[in-house]
Design a protein around this ligand. Structure first.
Ligand code: OOG
Ligand code: MG
Length: 254
């Protein structure tokens, strides 16, 4: 087995067993391209077990997120059907190492989008938008990583929940965001925190996924956390309220 395939097996098994691993970069100064190759190989393992690719997540598209994890490059990862959580449902905390949740805006793609595109072209490829939350769970000890580590680990993605879809022909440049836990606001922000306008995240997604032929019709694209992420505890009821777009919620079970 090649080194990259071995690393892919390590992150994949860490995700399946919810066991923390040391950072690869502690012993091996991986490059970004190698890291994306590991991500692709670990995703192949999931797909060979029957999971289906349903979209991508963008990461570190806001200053709050960059500051929280100490990495300041935009990254992306893959979403599968098995990662999708039911709106209003619950997640089982023991399936994760140290899960956090963050408010996101989701795009539903009407058609393919690949390579260098303008914000107007990106918007034209969107079928709908929705409030969403992503559950991130770095497989690295203490949630600490360097850029290649987090990319290899599917950019920490481990779950997502999407609310009701709305038409994209409305102004979503600066929508208010409140992330509530048990009815109390824990994070407050705006969609403007996402690269100044969330559509810029979709433009970046089209460019960065060009090596896999870009975004496909029917895919979901998460634009990236607009605020810092909230660490989850058992018993919490988490709800995101997004101005004009509605709310989405999830409960944290044992
Ligand atoms: C990396 C993933 C970042 C986002 O929305 O910015 C991300 C992490 O924070 O562990 O999903
Ligand atoms: Mg995220």
């Amino acid at each position: 087995m090649s080194k990259l395939a071995q690393y892919a097996q390590i992150v994949d098994e860490a995700a399946r067993s919810a066991g923390a691993i040391p950072q690869f970069t502690e012993s091996d100064p991986l490059g970004v391209e190698e890291a994306y190759a590991i991500q692709a190989l670990s995703m192949e393992r999931r797909l060979s077990r029957g999971e289906r690719l349903v979209g991508v997540k963008m990461g570190l598209t806001s200053r709050a997120k960059m500051a929280q994890v100490g990495v300041s490059e935009v990254i992306w990862g893959r979403l599968t059907d098995a990662m999708r959580l039911e709106e209003g449902g619950s997640l089982s905390k023991k399936r994760f190492v140290h899960p956090r949740i963050e408010p996101e805006l989701a795009f539903l793609m009407k058609r393919e989008l690949c390579g260098e595109v303008s914000p107007a072209e990106a918007l034209d490829a969107v079928e709908a938008i929705a409030p969403a939350m992503e559950v991130i769970d770095s497989r690295y000890r203490d949630f600490k990583f360097a850029l290649p580590d987090v990319i290899a680990d599917n950019s920490s993605s481990s779950g997502f929940v999407v609310g009701n879809w709305s038409r994209p022909d409305q102004d979503f440049a600066n929508l208010g965001i409140v992330l509530e836990v048990n009815g109390r606001a824990v994070q407050i922000g705006s969609t403007a925190a996402i690269l100044g306008h969330p559509i810029r995240s979709l433009v970046a997604a089209a460019r960065m996924t060009a090596p896999i032929s870009g975004l496909k019709a029917g895919w979901i694209v998460l634009a990236g956390g607009a605020t810092a992420a909230h660490p989850l505890s058992v018993g919490e009821q988490v709800r995101l309220v997004m101005q004009n777009l509605g709310a989405v919620s999830i409960r944290v079970a044992e």
